[in-house]
Design a protein around this ligand. Structure first.
Ligand SMILES: [Zn+2]
Ligand SMILES: [Zn+2]
Length: 133
């Protein structure tokens, strides 16, 4: 079992594991929803997913017809997206509290990439703040 939570800790969930490959979605809707260059997601079957705390504090937004994004109404963390008819939810992998073990299998919708998104090799990488800051 793995657990996940929002930034403020109001909402938490548990999963039995990821049921589909991890992918980075670069679509414009994910960019806006996550305020990020892309969103890292993976499908989890509904019977393998359960809210463990704060479900009543969730808010949601239907970002395209039939697709509902659920997020903490206190801190705004995106937690899952779902289409009610589908057997799985689309987990926001960065909200997991443990390493799921799997590694990303693909990037999708890179046609929506912003000009300022560069590959990791293009810019210096620091494990925390840059030295001398
Ligand atoms: Zn929260
Ligand atoms: Zn997307």
């Amino acid at each position: 079992m793995l657990t996940g939570s929002c930034l403020c800790g109001t909402v938490s969930y548990a999963i039995d594991g990821l049921d589909m490959p991890i992918g980075h979605c670069h679509c414009l809707t994910c960019q806006k929803a996550h305020a990020s260059a892309f969103a890292t997601t993976a499908g989890v079957l509904r019977e393998h997913f359960r809210w463990t705390q704060g479900e009543d504090r969730l808010s949601c937004y239907e970002s395209s017809p039939g697709k509902v994004r659920r997020f903490c109404s206190v801190c705004g963390s995106q937690l899952i997206a779902e289409r009610p008819g589908q057997p799985h939810v689309i987990l926001r992998v960065a909200t997991l509290d443990q390493d799921p073990g799997a590694r990303p299998a693909q990037h999708i919708w890179t046609s929506h990439d912003r000009p300022w998104l560069t590959t990791a090799e293009d810019v210096p990488i620091y494990p925390e703040w840059p030295s001398g800051r």
